[in-house]
Design a protein around this ligand. Structure first.
Ligand SMILES: [Zn+2]
Length: 327
């Protein structure tokens, strides 16, 4: 049961201004479901207390996908798989998120009480955690996803966020934008729901093989990622996953290319981690090297919302920081 999610949502529900993901009118709750004030055909079910607020005209998901047992983007791994995941070295190393979350937590502490509202888009299975943010006094953190398998308190699609304009202080989207059909629209939605000086933090892959199967659509260079967030002043950006992780993934996926057998693929994944996982340490000294930007697994971007674009198309040429960057 999802009582903890329902309880956490109930604590925040009244202070959030909701809007219909289909037509932007206000939402209200009646008889357990959520309804649109403008159109009676816009009805949204609750599954185990979690509202499913989707626009079927744009989302790849439908409300019917979200029965309590259904698998969408991911499922909860079995206990043995969780144990193996903890015991074996990871094939990749995250270089940006932990430090960035600490910086964002400090930024939230500078805001007045009541202005520490954090929206997590794509919280996944919850194992990533947001510890540094959760430690901020008075923080209100709402986790959302397009799966019921994790800790999401609301099911919604980033292309039509069910929130009225200008009410979040920080929006987080870690490893999300590769999984949406229209990344620019999703970033524009993040921009819309943020307060005037709200903050954004996103990490998105560049050189990473297909993961999450049918729900993987797009990749970005560092420059392409910056352009997505051109209506944000850049506070920090850089390599989130380094070239050593890319190398290990490449070896793993080269071997996986030979077979669709679930058992053999598990052995390959286990052996790759066991034999090569140590090499992700090489990403630590590589991360500050400009040439590593051309070979990175992904990038992070931290920014502050601006009213207008703060980089022009022409300025994007100077933004490049890789091996060929002009001195
Ligand atoms: Zn509506």
């Amino acid at each position: 049961m999802r009582t903890s999610q329902a309880r956490r949502l109930a604590a925040q529900e009244g202070s959030i201004r909701w809007r219909c993901p289909c037509c932007a009118a206000a939402l209200y709750k009646a008889n357990g479901d959520w309804h649109c004030q403008a159109d009676v055909t816009h009805r949204f079910p609750c599954v185990d207390g979690v509202p499913v607020l989707l626009n079927p005209a744009r989302s790849v998901f439908r409300a019917d996908d979200f029965t309590p047992q259904a698998r969408t983007t991911f499922k909860n791994p079995a206990a043995w798989a969780l144990w193996l995941g903890r015991v074996l070295p990871s094939p990749s190393r995250d270089l940006g998120t932990e430090r960035s979350l600490r910086a964002l937590a400090d930024a939230l502490r500078l805001r007045p009480a009541g202005a520490r509202r954090v929206l997590v888009i794509g919280c996944g299975d919850g194992t990533a955690g947001y510890g540094a943010l959760e430690a901020v006094d008075g923080v209100e953190l709402l986790e959302t996803d397009v799966s019921l398998a994790g800790p999401a308190a609301v099911v919604c699609d980033a292309s039509d966020l069910p929130f009225a304009d200008g009410q979040w202080d920080l929006v987080i989207a870690v490893a999300v934008l590769e999984h949406v059909l229209e990344p620019q629209r999703c970033v524009d939605e993040m921009h819309r729901v943020l307060r005037a000086d709200g903050l954004v933090y996103a990490t998105t892959p560049f050189m990473q093989q297909v993961h999450m199967g049918e729900y993987d659509f797009t990749r970005f260079t560092r420059s392409g990622h910056r352009w997505l967030f051109r209506h944000f002043e850049e506070l920090d950006s850089g390599i989130a996953t380094g070239p050593a992780s890319v190398l290990i993934w490449s070896i793993e996926y080269f071997l996986l290319s030979w077979t669709t057998s679930v058992g053999v693929r598990r052995v390959i994944k286990g052996l790759t981690r066991l034999l090569l996982g140590w090499a992700t340490w090489l990403d630590v000294p590589l991360a500050p090297r400009p040439a590593a930007c051309d070979a990175a697994g992904g990038f992070y971007f931290m920014g502050r919302r601006a009213e207008v674009a703060v980089v022009s198309a022409r300025e994007m040429i100077r933004y490049y920081r890789g091996s060929d960057a002009k001195k």
